[in-house]
Design a protein around this ligand. Structure first.
Ligand code: AMP
Ligand code: GLY
Length: 424
């Protein structure tokens, strides 16, 4: 079949790579792609959030499947547009994607579905929000309701900080309209785990769990980022817990969305905290995680094209079970100097072939572009380097051995990815 992947980061490189290796897939196209994706897919300079252009491309190219990577095209309703055009799409409609784009909607769905989550208050009035703080104890968690590019959450050690965070969102509007409504939330303490479920609207199949490292610096210091590294599997989340979480978290949410007329097709991503009282949901995302995908797909033994098409076609229940490589995978993100703040683009990247030559290593491009024969940086997260190994320690050694061979000015990475895995 002919498949189009929307997006151009490390997650999309891993998706394009896995699809290009899938026996069911003849051709992979990607819009807009990046320098690495161009080696495994036919890249097109189309804005993935421009629904009319994507529909036109899908029809002209006689595509059998469109796979949506990032959230922006989902919020623009690329899936709804392709549904109407009769093009099979892996990714939820805008309505179903509200599980990510509105935190208060996600809370309402979780409450109705009986899914454990942090206790919360939501509203748009500053005085009421301040009064709501009385119902919680420090540290206070204050969140913008809408999409704020991963920056909408503040963890505040005291009440003054929480009041300032409420003011920043509701009055100063530092997140724009995304912060016109805020949530005050109970602080959940414990390790965070990312859980991914494939959904076809009715059936949900959990994938392997992963752990993401959100902070910029070693020891979970520094600012929150999109993710600086990941590993899979998570020793604390064995097969039994994974199946339990599928039944207790993913299935009820998919069923609740279907009962509201928003059947969920795509990957349902639950950010969980393993608290002393059991796993609780921090948030849902309507897409694969980045960089978790780069640590999960190298372990996938099943044909990814068939799996994603089964979701799009509503026949996941009849699909064979997902098979996993028993080896572990560790992914290290190589970022630009100032990441998560912007850095200048166009810095030459060296050592890519050398790194890819390390046995068991995969170099996925995130923010790169080609300049003549060179690859240069084009974003904050530049590359994600994954390594497979018999154990997490072996996989970690492979990933860092490959990462060590890559050089660019200002290269910044964490050195503690998978150094102390949860439950390991
Ligand atoms: P989110 O954008 O909801 O994923 O939040 C970003 C990060 O903030 C999460 O990965 C957590 O590390 C942290 N966070 C968000 N909500 C909470 C909470 N209720 N308790 C503890 N940490 C939280
Ligand atoms: N790695 C976190 C995310 O994709 O949102």
């Amino acid at each position: 079949m002919r498949v189009l992947v929307l997006g151009g980061g490390g997650r999309e490189h891993a998706l394009c790579w896995a699809l290009s290796n899938a026996p069911s897939v003849d051709t992979v196209l990607c819009a807009p792609g990046n320098a690495g994706i161009a080696a495994v897919a036919d890249v097109r300079a189309v804005d993935p959030a421009d629904t009319a252009l994507v529909r036109e491309l899908a029809v002209r190219e006689e595509l059998d499947l469109v796979v949506v990577g990032p959230e922006e095209p989902l919020v623009a309703d690329v899936a709804g547009t392709l549904d109407v055009a009769g093009v099979p799409v892996f990714g939820p409609t805008r309505d179903a994607a509200r599980i990510e784009s509105s935190k208060s909607f996600a809370k309402a769905v979780m409450a109705a579905a009986g899914v454990p989550s942090a206790r919360h208050w939501a509203g748009s009035n500053t005085d009421e929000a301040a009064a709501a703080l009385d119902g919680f104890s420090p540290p206070y968690v204050v969140k913008a309701d809408g999409l704020a590019a991963g920056k909408g959450v503040r963890i505040c050690p005291d009440r003054d900080g929480a009041l300032a965070a409420i003011d920043a969102a509701l009055v100063e509007r530092v997140y724009g309209e995304a912060g016109a409504r805020v949530l005050v939330e109970e602080y959940l303490s414990g390790p965070e785990v990312s859980l991914f479920g494939l959904c076809d609207g009715d059936t949900v199949v959990p994938m392997a769990a992963a752990q993401d490292y959100k902070r910029a610096l070693d020891g979970d210091a520094g600012p929150n980022t999109g993710g600086m590294g990941a590993y899979s599997p998570v020793p604390a989340v064995g097969d039994e817990l994974l199946a339990d979480l599928g039944r207790a978290v993913l299935e009820p949410v998919a069923a609740e969305l279907a009962s509201r007329g928003s059947r969920y097709v795509g990957v349902l991503y639950a950010g969980l905290v393993l608290t002393g009282d059991g796993p609780k949901v921090l948030e849902f995302n309507a897409r694969f995680g980045d960089p978790e995908t780069q640590a999960i797909l190298p372990r996938l033994r099943t044909d990814l094209g068939e799996l994603l098409l089964a979701c799009a076609a509503g026949r996941l229940a009849g699909a064979p079970p997902i098979a996993w490589d028993p080896r572990a995978c560790v992914t290290v993100v190589l970022a630009s100097a100032a990441y998560p703040e912007p850095s200048p683009d166009g810095v030459a990247v060296d050592g890519l072939d050398d790194a890819a030559g390390v046995e068991g290593a995969y170099v996925f491009h995130a923010g790169t572009r080609s300049e003549g024969r060179r690859v240069v940086t084009a974003g904050g997260r530049v590359l994600s380097v994954s390594g497979l190994g018999a154990t997490l320690a072996d996989a970690r050694a492979t990933a860092y051995a490959a990462a060590d061979r890559i050089r660019f000015d200002g290269l910044h990475r964490r050195s503690d990815i998978a150094a102390a895995p949860v439950g390991g």
